[in-house]
Ligand binder design. Structure first.
Ligand code: UDP
Length: 242
């Protein structure tokens, strides 16, 4: 078999070309980074779990009319996706205060946020992914006001669908990060992944602040049992889906 052409290698995934220009392969790695790659490590089985979680969530969203880059997941580590031009924004939705929101505003961890917050960060490691404003996005020429409005609306729709799905799994969707891209015809679609790497997920059956964490905060904060936190998210999703 011909060696696949590697198009891009990121912190958690590798993107390969295929013989079909309309199809790319995303390979999910076990590598983990945090704090703008200052902390590095590996989480056993993470690639397999994140591929499975993302696959389930992309399918769920597609079924509810949200366009995504997902085509199919042919094996445990890989997802076939449509090629997109990534919008260089990280779209973060927050339902409960955690992470940088608490650090930057003094809001207490766990404060419910109603209505939910939609925030835009500039996808730029050299600048440390800074928080943007709509005016800054316009000034930087990243996206039009119309696109920003579309992103906000899509992010809130996705939040409603995912919040309700995770509630059915006894998991609180605290916050999460989305990335979007445009297809060759200009259609905006959800891209990247949705997984315990990119979401904060709290086990509703646990009240203890450390024990309830099922996501990458277990790695960021050295809480231990990282793999089992991720695996439990997948187990609950599969149990809920079947
Ligand atoms: N997030 C992400 N990639 C990033 C930054 C954030 O997936 O580069 C996710 C993170 O896992 C969390 C949400 O976006 O679910 C909000 O992250 P926050 O701004 O609180 O950043 P952190 O506290 O992780 O630095």
């Amino acid at each position: 078999m011909a060696e696949r052409q590697k198009l891009y290698e990121g912190k958690a995934k590798i993107l390969y070309a295929t013989e079909d220009p309309a199809v790319l392969v995303t390979y999910f790695k076990d590598d983990a980074t945090a704090f703008n790659a200052q902390k590095r490590g590996s989480i056993a089985n993470k690639g397999r779990i994140n591929n499975a979680v993302s696959t389930h969530l992309f399918k769920l969203l597609e079924a509810q009319g949200i366009p995504t880059h997902w085509i199919e997941s042919p094996n445990e580590r890989e997802m076939l996706v449509k090629p997109v031009t990534i919008v260089p924004l990280e779209v973060v939705v927050r339902n409960v205060a955690a992470g940088s929101l608490c650090r930057q505003t003094g809001l207490a961890l766990g404060t419910p946020l109603t209505p939910s917050l939609v925030e835009f960060y500039y996808k730029n490691d050299d600048l440390g992914d800074p928080l943007l404003t709509c005016d800054r996005i316009r000034a930087m020429g990243i996206a039009s006001d119309e696109t920003v409005g579309q992103l906000q609306q899509l992010a809130l729709q996705i939040n409603q669908l995912l919040t309700s799905f995770f509630n059915g799994c006894n998991i609180t969707l605290v916050d999460f990060k989305l990335e979007f891209g445009t297809l060759t015809d200009g259609t905006l679609v959800l891209a990247d992944e949705i997984s315990p790497d990119t979401c904060r997920l709290w086990n509703q059956n646990e009240t203890d602040e450390a024990r309830r964490v099922m996501d990458k905060d277990r790695f960021r904060q050295d809480l231990g049992d990282v793999e089992s936190g991720y695996q439990q998210v997948l187990d609950r999703i599969l149990a809920h889906t079947n």
